[in-house]
Design a binder for this molecule. Sequence first.
Ligand SMILES: O=P(O)(O)OC[C@H]1O[C@@H](O)[C@H](O)[C@@H](O)[C@@H]1O
Length: 260
Amino acid sequence: MPSLQSPGFTPLVLSRRDFDAVLFDLDGVVTRTAEVHAAAWKRLFDAYLEAHARRTGEPFQPFTAEDYQRYVDGRPRFDGIRCFLKSRGLTLSEGALEDGPEAETVQGLGKRKNGYFLETLEQRGVTVFAHAVELLERLRAAGFRTAVVSASRNCVAVLRAAGLEHLFDARVDGVEAGKLGLPGKPAPDTFLEAGRRLGVPPERAVVLEDAQAGVQAGRRGHFGYVIGVRRAGPVGALVEAGADVEVTDLSTVQVEEGRP
Ligand SMILES: O=P(O)(O)OC[C@H]1O[C@@H](O)[C@H](O)[C@@H](O)[C@@H]1O
């Protein structure tokens, strides 16, 4: 039964009796980079929407936190652009791969946003959620296999900057998905690929996600357990999107060696 975790309820226990692997989203679950992405998207879309309002005479309606959570968070870069513009009844030509950041195309907007993201990352560096790193260490000590599954093409750079590469047995990110032609979240394919690489079937794997699209991917992939990690957004939104449980503090997740 889906539930919201709160004091007084039975603690959430991940046991080796039930599961062999845990698949972690990166931005917003392990590293504090979801807010860097969100700020870069806001900078991009607010400028775009303001210019659109000036051109058409329609009122300017800014890009909101809810827009980010519903249409952009967790999805591959260009899917996020298309999905958000569609939600506002806007379309933009796809453009070409070589379009520069100034181009008014999906490709151009994607490059512009990536420039904003990298600029902030360069200034601030990458910080982590200490409880997520501790959970990864506890899981690995108990014999779980671990993977990182991220839509981001910046996944390796973020992992390296945070010094976290050694905590994962497999990585399926935006670059890998592009090479393999895998659709991104909310499709389950990147999580399923991570399970395959670990040699673990979906029912023996747990998904940890902070994004609605990511939770949906976990549900659609029929994974053994889907944990929604609520960092922002309304209480219950991740359970509504398909998580088995919603937690805010990963230090409350218990790990048991059990017997596989
Ligand atoms: O633009 P990138 O680095 O490839 O990232 C794509 C997406 O990666 C996801 O992990 C983030 O939740 C999104 O905000 C981001 O847009």
